[in-house]
Design a protein around this ligand. Structure first.
Ligand code: B16
Ligand code: MG
Length: 217
């Protein structure tokens, strides 16, 4: 391969923690909820929630709470967290794109590859619109239609299928251990963004998208 060619035909990005730092907003919203019900919550435990859908995340938090919560209480807690989260993302602008994100999206499209988004967040379309980048993706999986959260491969396989690209020809980009596991279970090449100790299953780990180079993999 020459320095400007690639064996991949599509790149599928995660959103939270890769394109923008909404992972921080999820953390703040869950932390307030956990504090309110007396469940221990810190950054290390928060890692286990990344890439896990809303109700799945809530169940993990409630498992550490001092008392059992009923079904109605769970729905109310999940709604309260989401309202808090939506207030936090309402002020986002294109200035909230993480360093290197725009350049990575441009590099993928300029190379003639398809661009997909695989976020299990039901707020992903809102975030993409606030960032002004929805049109930069050829396909965005609608999280409301995903049955199995990461680490299940469903969401990455759905993106590949919609893009018309075989999983083996896709490169996935993720900041969460569950997300990297999802990419690998889908049979794709995984670029982890963040801490190599956390993202052990990734084929390559970079500290941020500033170091993303499609032609290096
Ligand atoms: P929502 P990703 C995930 O998004 C987040 O990592 C995870 O922390 C969050 O619980 C999940 O979205 C659901 O988000 O409550 O907005 O539907 O990493 O797959 O982009
Ligand atoms: Mg993420």
């Amino acid at each position: 391969m020459t320095p400007s060619s690639t064996r991949f035909r599509a790149v599928i990005f995660d959103l939270d923690g890769v394109i923008t730092d909404t992972a921080r907003y999820h953390y703040l919203a869950w932390k307030r909820l956990a504090d309110g019900i007396g469940a221990p919550f810190d950054e290390a435990f928060n890692e286990e929630l990344k890439g896990v859908d809303r109700m799945g995340s809530l169940e993990l938090i409630l498992a550490r709470a001092p008392r059992v919560h009923g079904a109605d209480e769970k729905l109310a807690l999940a709604d309260a967290k989401n309202e808090h989260y939506r207030r936090l993302i309402a002020t986002m602008t294109p200035g909230d794109l993480l360093p290197g994100a725009l350049r990575a999206l441009e590099q993928v499209r300029a190379a003639g590859l398809k661009t997909g988004l695989a976020s299990v967040s039901k707020n992903a379309f809102t975030v993409l619109d606030r960032l002004g980048i929805r049109a930069r993706f050829d396909y965005v999986v609608d999280a409301a239609t995903v049955r199995n959260s990461k680490p299940d491969p469903e969401i990455f396989l759905r993106a590949a299928d919609a893009l018309g690209v075989a999983p083996g020809d896709c490169l996935g980009v993720e900041d969460a251990a569950a997300g990297v596991a999802s990419i690998k279970a889908a049979g794709m090449f995984a670029v982890g963004v963040g801490d190599a100790q956390v993202l052990r299953q990734a084929d390559v780990v970079i500290p941020s998208l500033e170091r993303f180079d499609l032609f290096a993999y």
